[in-house]
Every structure is written in structure tokens, then in C-alpha cells.
Design a protein around this ligand. Structure first.
Ligand SMILES: Cc1cc2nc3c(=O)[nH]c(=O)nc-3n(C[C@H](O)[C@H](O)[C@H](O)COP(=O)(O)O)c2cc1C
Length: 286
């Protein structure tokens, strides 16, 4: 994929989709204006299941009824000369119950989530095995809709404590089946989502379609996600030939792990890990 310049617009929820979660005219105007100065525009998160909604007036992608609006959005971004990437998400234990039928908030396990700036403190319900498989398929269906709408790529939102991270996290994932426990099992959900998205892309998109993956490196909880977990994830994503890795960092240049003695900035550590592999690394931080 060739970009018109080196600027990538980081995904930012607009809180301005229509009440029915379809793309609004205001969003089309907003993204269209910015697409003129960016090489690639990543949309704010769009939820792949009804109960995966993380923000009020967030883009939906869990049903075919969203495709006409998403088509207008992709067209507006591309008209500005930028590549259009749809961010796909399930908010997991940070989903907003007021926008979900029966307030059914789900996660890897029924572990209480702390209040965030956007989501209430709440205890989700653990997904069943068949529901896990359904979420994975729904990431695939969402990808198919993104392709149909004319996007140039999708970004899998594996960061910010949403569902994919709920599975990766040793704190939030307390499952005792093959989806939880040791690192290999905790990685299984993320890898299954990537596999499904790649399968759909190979079937329905051309070879220039890009798949990115957004990453949070660590969690604050004493028994939470650690850099060693994330490094294992990154190695697997590289093996799967992911299009790009998108690190979401508090501070790219000075931050270092709170939990080990290595004071090397995250971005340097990850760059070394990625080494000579042909994978793009992007990073957003303040
Ligand atoms: C208003 C707003 C909405 C955001 N929405 C999303 C989102 O939908 N998905 C996501 O991965 N990150 C989201 N982010 C995080 C940004 O992509 C980015 O990582 C963060 O703002 C740090 O970069 P900055 O210091 O340049 O702002 C959002 C940030 C802001 C300010």
C-alpha cells in the first residue's frame, strides 16, 4: 500500500454517529476534511457485535444495514487522497450497558472492571464457548462489510482493555478452558480473530488490503498484562504477517515498564523485537 504522505490519523471516536449507530453526515464531513492532509485515516472504533459498543454514538458494523453509511465514509476518506481503514472492536467489559439489549455486558470472565472515563465499574458475564466462536466470526463479517464498503483495510482493536485484551490479560481472563490460563491459551482468542479476518480478506479483498493490530503493552493491575505477554503477542502477529502494528503508548519516548528493571523506552524495545522483519510499527502517544 502506498500512502500520499507519512501522516496516519490515529483512530478517534467522534461520538457523532446517528442514534442508530449509522454514519452521520457530520462524520463524513469531519473525516473527509482530514483525509486531505493524511496518508491514511483510521476511523474511530466500530463495534462488531451489538453488545460490543464502547462509546455513545459509536459507528456500528455488526449488521448489513451499516454498509451504505460506511460506503459513504470510505468514499469521503478516499476522495481526500488518504487510505481508509476501519477500526474493528468489541468493547468487552467496557461496553456501555445503556446501549445494549438486556444490558448484557460480556468478557472473557466475570471479573469486575474498574470505572473508566467512559465506562462504569461493572462485572461482565463470561462468554460461553459458542459465543466466543460467534465473536470471532463477527470480526470476520465486519471485515467483509468493510471490504464491501470500499475500505482499504481494517485495524483490529486489541488494546485499551477491550474484549481482545480481556482475553490476553492474566488478571481479567480467569477461564479454565482452552481460552484461558497459560499464555498460549490467553493468546488464542486474539490469534483466532486475526486468522478469521485474514481468511475473509484473502477470500474477498485484493492483495493491497491491509490488516493492522492495535496493542496496549501493559496493564496497571498487579497481576495484569506484562511486556513479556505483549512481546509474545507481537512475535505471533509478525509470524502471521500482520500488515502493521499500532502501539498505543502513554509516552513513547520516556515510558518504561513499571514492572521490570529495564528502563529502555518501549518504542526502542519493540523496535528491537521487530528487528528486521517486514512489519510497519506505528505509535501514538502524548
Ligand atoms: C477523542 C479521542 C477519541 C479516541 N478514540 C479512539 C478509538 O476509537 N480507538 C482507539 O484505538 N483509540 C482512540 N483514541 C486514542 C488515540 O488514537 C491516541 O492513541 C491517543 O489520543 C494518543 O495520541 P495523542 O497523544 O496524539 O492524542 C482516542 C483519543 C481521543 C483523544
Amino acid at each position: 500500500m502506498t500512502l500520499q504522505n507519512h501522516i496516519v490519523m490515529s483512530p478517534m471516536t467522534t461520538w457523532s454517529s446517528n442514534e442508530d449507530q449509522t454514519v452521520s453526515d457530520a462524520e463524513i464531513k469531519y473525516y473527509g476534511a482530514r483525509a486531505k492532509s493524511a496518508g491514511m485515516v483510521i476511523t474511530g472504533s466500530s463495534h462488531v457485535q451489538e453488545n460490543g459498543v464502547g462509546f455513545a454514538n459509536e459507528l456500528g458494523v455488526y449488521d448489513d444495514r451499516f454498509v451504505p453509511g460506511l460506503t459513504k465514509l470510505a468514499t469521503a476518506i478516499k476522495a481526500g487522497g488518504a487510505r481508509a481503514v476501519l477500526q474493528l472492536n468489541h468493547a468487552g467489559d467496557k461496553a456501555l450497558p445503556q446501549f445494549i439489549s438486556n444490558h448484557d455486558v460480556v468478557s472473557s470472565s466475570a471479573v469486575s472492571a474498574l470505572q473508566t472515563a467512559f465506562a462504569p465499574a461493572q462485572t461482565p458475564r463470561a462468554l460461553t464457548e459458542s459465543e466466543i466462536l460467534q465473536v470471532i466470526h463477527d470480526f470476520g463479517f465486519a471485515t467483509k462489510r468493510a471490504i464491501k464498503a470500499g475500505f482499504d483495510g481494517v485495524e483490529i482493536h486489541g488494546a485499551h482493555g477491550f474484549l481482545i485484551q480481556n482475553f490476553l490479560s492474566p488478571h481479567y481472563n480467569q477461564r479454565t478452558d482452552k481460552w484461558g490460563g497459560n499464555l498460549k491459551n490467553r493468546l488464542r482468542f486474539a490469534m483466532a480473530v486475526v486468522d478469521e479476518v485474514q481468511k475473509v480478506v484473502s477470500e474477498y479483498a485484493d492483495s493491497s488490503f491491509i490488516i493492522g493490530y492495535r496493542i496496549t503493552l501493559e496493564e496497571r493491575e498487579d497481576d495484569g498484562l506484562r511486556l513479556s505477554d505483549t512481546e509474545a503477542l507481537i512475535k505471533k502477529l509478525i509470524k502471521k504477517q500482520i500488515g502493521y502494528l499500532h502501539l498505543s503508548l502513554g509516552n513513547a519516548l520516556t515510558s518504561h515498564s513499571h514492572y521490570d528493571d529495564n528502563s529502555e523506552p518501549f518504542i526502542q524495545r519493540i523496535s528491537k523485537l521487530v528487528g528486521m522483519c517486514q512489519v510497519l510499527v506505528g505509535c501514538a502517544s502524548n
